[in-house]
Design a binder for this molecule. Sequence first.
Ligand SMILES: [Fe+2]
Ligand SMILES: [Fe+2]
Length: 307
Amino acid sequence: MKRKVRKDWQEDKSARPVLHLSSGTVTLMGRRDNLAEAIFSLPPGGSFCAQYNPDHVKVETYTLVSGTMEFEHDGCRRKMKIGEAVDASKCLKVITFYALSNAEVVIHMDAPFYEKNFIEMQMLQREMDAVAQVDGYTYHHCDRIRQYAIEVWKKFDRPAANLKLIRWGAYFHDIGKLAIPSDILNKPGRLTQAEWEIMKTHSQRGADIMRNHPVEWLREAAYIVEQHHERYDGQGYPFGLKGEEISLEAAIVSVVDAFDAMTTDRIYKKAMPQEKALEELMKGKGSQFHPAVVDAFVEFLKEKAAR
Ligand SMILES: [Fe+2]
Ligand SMILES: [Fe+2]
């Protein structure tokens, strides 16, 4: 079914509720025929993904209205045409949209579900802003972790419903740092043993925040936050879980987080070149890191470089 896209939204966009996500801006335009209409504006390099769930919605479409955008489903990636609508209900797997230039996508979805989701996302936005500021990282760290984690996760045959969990578990992996005193968090020198012990509590404190979160579905992602510093060889924390005892989602966050930390400039250290960081990941394969996750991440980076 072809759904008409409004032509008049440019003029009244400014007065509408907006969500500022790291991957772009979503403006809720209103309701038509019991469908919510929203515009996702992405900068070049911005991306977002979706997974159709018939328990939540009947209609879910994404129409490209401006810019250049690619769409990926089940390993197949191609350019979209202006005016083309992707019907999510026809896609069994996760769909990912990648903006190659500034681009705008109009979303249509059952209004009750989309509006509730939009309000929840506005609540999470405040936390996203807070988390992005702790630990001296830029906002982009959490977003890259989210993007990398999803790309690696798509390489494993996991229940599609877990997309939301990996996405938010990855984004909020360090939310527990909000509970760590800032003099420890921002200490320029080495931490003392006692300070380090406090620092290490961030994964469990983060899991507690998630488990008591007012956004109900987010609670389910607590295990990812809790386990993101576990190591494949059992030498990690907080529980010393080993091998397959660690969830795949947390093992993915562990790898992409380490890679991003190595390849990002911090106050106290310069970024490492990507090749050197990859060598480090290979060294930790099977000890610190889940071997299959390292392989999947390397495969993703190769594909990205070849594009
Ligand atoms: Fe952490
Ligand atoms: Fe991190």
